[in-house]
Each structure stands twice: as structure tokens, then as C-alpha cells.
Design a protein around this ligand. Sequence first.
Ligand code: GLY
Length: 342
Amino acid sequence: MKKLHINLQDHSYDIIIKDNLIDELAQYVKEVYKNKKIYVITDSNVAPLYLTRVMKALENDYEVKSVVLPAGEESKSFAVYQEACEKLIDLNIRRNELLLALGGGVIGDLTGFIAATIYRGVPYIGVPTSLLAQMDSSIGGKTGIDFYNRKNIIGAFKQPLRVLIDPRTCDTLARDEFVNGMGELIKHGAIGNPKLLTLVENGVSKMTEEIVVESLKVKQAVVEIDEFDQKERMFLNFGHTFGHAIELKYGWKHGQAVANGMLMALKFGIDMGETNPKCYDVIYNILKNCGFPIEEYNYKDYLPDMAYDKKNLAGVIRFIFIKDFGTPELYEIEETKIKDLM
Ligand code: GLY
């Protein structure tokens, strides 16, 4: 078992990482939640895999109800938010009762947003079951839904009471979904934990508690110093500006787009004299060994896309480079200078 404590001003919490934790949920829920009812929110893909185990693990100690929503990104919508809230109100949820988000990033973001808004806030616990959600969206309290063709455009910061991670849930992921989650993990290694890069350099066939904890230490550190995404938390966007552009253009999965986006950001950083050139080959080889499909895009073709990034301020493009492994930097380029770089 591994434990990380996220130390925040008003709502610190623990992340517990333990193999087969799904079967021991009651013990870890009881330490932070004392009421009788729990509402499990999950989706139609995850329910057949884990809902029965989760109910069994909790029902000796709690009265447990479940809400099963359609699987897929389309569920991060006002329509499904409304459907879930209606079901919870029909189930007679009270403001001091717990939501438990069982699933990947969509379920985590949506449940967190419901938890932030229903009765102006109810407690929630995250039980992320995809590697991508374990590595990223379940930690740090960003919740929300997509709207008007924009991802995560409506949302709130709402920290969970706890995050409970069972690395064994990664065993049921399709290989490309597993690789997808590895993208954010390798990014954590690049921006904040060179030890993690050595743990994964020859590829990973099975997720371990140690790899998860080393990866989450990086997210923990930036969320603790910049909970509301004003500066250091933006380091987590390494590889994301180019990644979002190719994700939109070619339909890459998020983590795979971020992986290729990292290679583009490394090349850009090397050309700008900001990045140690050896970083490119190290990350390239790790991505190859971890099974990533790699396309060598020319970053210059995607520089205009940087203008639309949400990190930017008026007239200034903000970009994340790494100087070397573990030393990210927020770099500002005047919008008018972008053409000279192309
Ligand atoms: N996914 C980036 C963040 O949590 O800030």
C-alpha cells in the first residue's frame, strides 16, 4: 500500500494506492465518511466489470445505491448531468451524503461537477479505474463538462474527500487504453521525476503501486503549490498544446496525442536553445518501448494552433518547455513573433 497526502489550504486529502483495493473500499471510505448512504456513479462499460464488487465491498457498512450512465465522452454534457442529478434527487440524496465516482475520466469529471453543484456541494470520493484517470483527472479537483464543442468549458474546482486507486483495474484495460494512460505518466517523469523515467524505460506490461505513486508525486507537488492553475500547475500541460492540435486533427487518443505532442515540444525547445538535446532521444525511446504509435510531425506546422491555448494571456503565447528532466519552465512568446519561428 502507498499513500500520498495532498496538502491544500482548505481541503487536504489522501490518495491511497493499493492492489485489489476495490475489495476493501469500506475500510478506506470509513476513515473519512461517517454517514450511512453512498451513491456510486459509474458507466455502462465499467459497471459490468466492477460495480458488483464495489457494492459487495461497501454494503455491510453502508446503504449503497448506484447510478449507471452511458459510457463515452458524450456523457460529459448538460443532458447527462441533468439525467444524473434527476436520478440522485429521485433517490433522495441529502447534502451530507457521499458520491463515489467509479470509472475513467468522464465519470470522474462529471461526478466531481455534480458533487460541486448539487445542493451547492456534497462530498465525493474518486475511484478511478482507467490509467489515464489514475494519472491525471482524478487528482487535483478539476471537474466539469464539455459545452458548445469545447472540452471542460463549464466546471468547478472541487477536491475529493479521498482518491482510492487500485492499480489492478488497469489489468482489464485494452492495450491501447493502457498505453494512452502511460502518456501522462511519462510526462510526469519528464517534468518532475527522472526516477520514474528509469522505472518505465524498458516498457511496462503491468502497472505497479510504485510506478503509480512516483507518477502522482509530480502531480501532488504542482497541485499543492498552485491549486487553481495560475502558474506551476500549467507545467502539467507539457506536450498538451501540440497534443491537443493533433488530437483534434487526427483523432488520436489523449495520452497518445500528448506523447507525440511532447516530442514536438522537445524539438521546439531544442531549436529555441531551451531544452537539453539529449531529452528528445530518451523520451523517444521510452515512448517506443512503451508501445506508443509515433508520427514525427513538424512542430512548425502547428505553431499557429498555440494561439488558441487556454494558458495564453492577451498578446502573449505561453508554452511549457523542459530545460532538462525535472526542470520545466513556463515560456512566454509575443503573439506577433510566432510567424518568425515558423
Ligand atoms: N490535467 C491538468 C491539471 O490537472 O491541471
